[in-house]
Every structure is written in structure tokens, then in C-alpha cells.
Design a protein around this ligand. Sequence first.
Ligand SMILES: Cc1cc2nc3c(=O)[nH]c(=O)nc-3n(C[C@H](O)[C@H](O)[C@H](O)COP(=O)(O)OP(=O)(O)OC[C@H]3O[C@@H](n4cnc5c(N)ncnc54)[C@H](O)[C@@H]3O)c2cc1C
Length: 440
Amino acid sequence: MLLSIKAKEVLPIFIFDKTILDELNCDDKRVDYIFKKVLELKKELKKYDLDLAIFYAEVIDVFTFLKQKGFSCVYASVDYDNYARNRDNEIGKLVEFNALFDCYIYEPKEILKKDGSCYVVFAPFFKEAKQQYTKEHALKYEIEKNILSDFDYFDYINEFKENSFIQKSLDIKSIGFVSNSIKYEPAIKKLKSLKTKIQTYEEKRDYLNEDATSNLSLDLRFGAISIRRVLRELISLKKQGFQTEAFFRQLVFRDFYASLLYHFPKLHTQDFRSYAPYMYNKEYYERFITANTGVPIVDAGVTQLLTTGYMHNRVRMIVASFFCKHLMLPWQKGEAFFAKYLMDYDAASNILSWQWSSSTGIDAQPYFRVFNPYLQAKKFDKDALYIKKYLKPLKGLEAKKIHDEEFLFSNSIKGYTKPIVKHKQAREYFLEEAKSFINN
Ligand SMILES: Cc1cc2nc3c(=O)[nH]c(=O)nc-3n(C[C@H](O)[C@H](O)[C@H](O)COP(=O)(O)OP(=O)(O)OC[C@H]3O[C@@H](n4cnc5c(N)ncnc54)[C@H](O)[C@@H]3O)c2cc1C
């Protein structure tokens, strides 16, 4: 966020929002990531004779304080989830709030049907998005010569006591969190490696051992790289003759979900349609979140999430389908579990992907399509390398046996549990329940 006191005089600020942080565990990897990125930004801004004022407080208290100091307006790149929108409305009551739509390619009202309503199916949204695309969408912001507002951190320390410790120490402990040893690959390096991945992206992106995707979701989520920088790279690759459309399509998917959440804020918690039957079986839920379902691809995915904060897209689809259809647990519970651990957690993508998986959402997977987790694993993790990486007890087992439900049911494997449900029975039960739900 940039606060401006008079034209051209700015104070770049970052707020560690207490309301958000109070809900998180002290070892939340996202806070560590953001903290490291904020320090990098502070260093970077110094190259332009600017600095970054870092606050750890309730957002409204910070703006009340800054308003007293004479700051009159704020420029911020906005997010569309309900919390962010309400917060920005409140800030707007204190200072002039200038929303910049810089998280996504398109502004939320840019891709609409001719009658002004919002697209609810991806294919026409994508078609229209391509038609609306101009070089402005990939525009690079020019850096202007700005003057840093005349402010002294130490004055702030004395006057805004909530903030005192953070400016003094610039240590993550000062906001009650712990650092971890994860080294984050710079976003720009990941972007550059797209050159070696993009030609085969479409063909390989679902295969779990290919490292065929960009891994940029975390950086895009927290603005460590601008979506426009990514677009400029795609343009350059296209000019060199690479196939870029499949990758661009996924970026537009992100926009599609953001636009849906913007136009239908109720989707945060409510289904768009409601024909998913579910029951809440606590034991099933506990076994799922502890990677103890006995279904290897599901447990491997959950273990990847718990240990790294990431899960491969194909595995997210398998795991979410299993949760909603085989275990018939409510998608909201699965969404909340992902929200707690995904480093790249993005409300729109996560909520709408979970609704897609449970067949209750907009443009969702039809309810009768139930992934067979064993066939999915056999196809996308043929040699079970992904599964073995995350499930140590299965390390010595042949891939053929890992993908064989009957084998897993009828044999005991040291350190690993038997499958929680049988695919065929669970699928039939779900379909029966779903049909009667629809008919009533
Ligand atoms: C149940 C479920 C939950 C998900 N939750 C999230 C989430 O919280 N945050 C999140 O960023 N993505 C989420 N996704 C989408 C997708 O899994 C991740 O974006 C992707 O795995 C990130 O890896 P990548 O950066 O290597 O993707 P790439 O394949 O390299 O794709 C490039 C970028 O496009 C966007 N993208 C790709 N696929 C999708 C998609 N299906 N939907 C929306 N955007 C996409 C991402 O920003 C991604 O970084 C979810 C998918 C499912 C099925």
C-alpha cells in the first residue's frame, strides 16, 4: 500500500494484520514467506530512495493513526474476498481509497456477457477474455521519481506503541511467529524456467513426477511477482515460437474464479447448486486430515500438503473428490483444511475448486463423475514415485500393489492402514444418495 500526503510524496507501508495473524498457528509457513518478502521489498525500495514502514496492528488503527499524521489517500492492489472487501470499505471511510486491480489479468467487471451479467461457464469466459485482451494488460508500470514523506521511524515508534517492536527488530518473532529454514526459489527464476516447460505443459502438467508446472501460485498469490510480468514472459515466449495458450488458459482460470467470487460473494460458504448429499462422519474426517485413509494417493497428497504447504493440482482434484464423494464429507470442511495449510491459499481458487469437486458449484464437474483414486494414481503416478516419496511405509512395495485396491484390503502393510472405504461401494452409495437428493 502506498499512502500519499501530497502529490508525489508517498509512504509505502505494509501491515501485518493482527486480525488475520491471530487466527494462525505460530509456525504458519505463509507468514514466514511474507515476512521474508516484505524485508526484500524494504531493501528494494531503498534503491529508489523510498522505504517501507512495517506495521503489526489492527488495520483500522494504523489508518486512524496515519490520518492524524496528515496522510490523505491510499493506493492499494485489492483482493476480492469478503474480508478484504469489508476491510477496504472501512479504510475508505477514513482516507480516500484508490483500488488498483493488479492481482489478476482482468478487472472484475471487464469480462461480462453482452447483457452485463457475469459468465458462469469457463469456455465462453475464456473466449471473451481472449477477445478483450490488449497489450495494456501486460503493461509495465514505470517507476516515477517519488519523494518519501518526511517521516522518522523513531517518531512512529514513540507515537504508535503497538508498532514499536517491529521497527526495532525486524524479526519475525516480534509478531509472534517462528521462522523456518525453507529457501524460496525466487519467482523470477521460476518464470525463466517456463521456457523449458511450456512447450510440453499441456501434455505433462497432470503427471506427478514431471515437475512440468510453473510453481508460481504462491508468488502470484502474494504479489511476489506481478501477473503482468508473467504475461510479458508469455508474449516473449510466443514470439520465439513456443505454445503458450494452455498456460495462459490456466491463468485465466484464476481470473474466472476471482470474478465469480466477486459477483457472487455468497459462494464463500454457500453452494451454487445443492445436490451434494453429505454426512459428517468425524472418524472419516480425522483419518483424512491425518493422512490415514489407507488410500495411497490421497494420503500422499495430504502428507505433501502438511509437510510442504503445497499439493500438485491433479492430486488436489483426486483428494477433493474423494473427500466429497467417497467419504461424503461437506466440502466446506475440506476447503477449510486446505485453507489452513496451502501456502498458495487463494479464497476464490480454493472455494470454487472445492465446489467444482463436490459438483455443487458453478460450471462444476457433473455429480456422477467420481474419480477412481487407484486408476488416477496408476495413470499419473505410474511407478508410484510420488506416493513413495510421501508415504515411507510403502517405499519397498511394488507400484502394481500400491495401485491395487484388493491387495491393500487383503494384506497387512507394516505402518500403513487398510483402506477406509471400497471404491465401488462408496461410489454406488454416493450416486444413489445424490440421485434421491436431486429427485426430491
Ligand atoms: C481442490 C483444489 C483447491 C485449489 N486451491 C487453490 C488455491 O488455494 N490457490 C491456488 O492458487 N490454486 C488452487 N488450486 C488450483 C491449482 O491446483 C494451483 O493453482 C496449482 O496447483 C498451482 O501450481 P502451479 O503454480 O505450478 O500451477 P501451473 O500449472 O503452473 O499454473 C500457472 C498458474 O495458473 C493458476 N492456476 C493453475 N491451475 C489453476 C486452477 N485449476 N484454478 C485456478 N488457478 C489455476 C495458478 O495461479 C498457477 O500458479 C486448487 C485446485 C483444486 C482442485
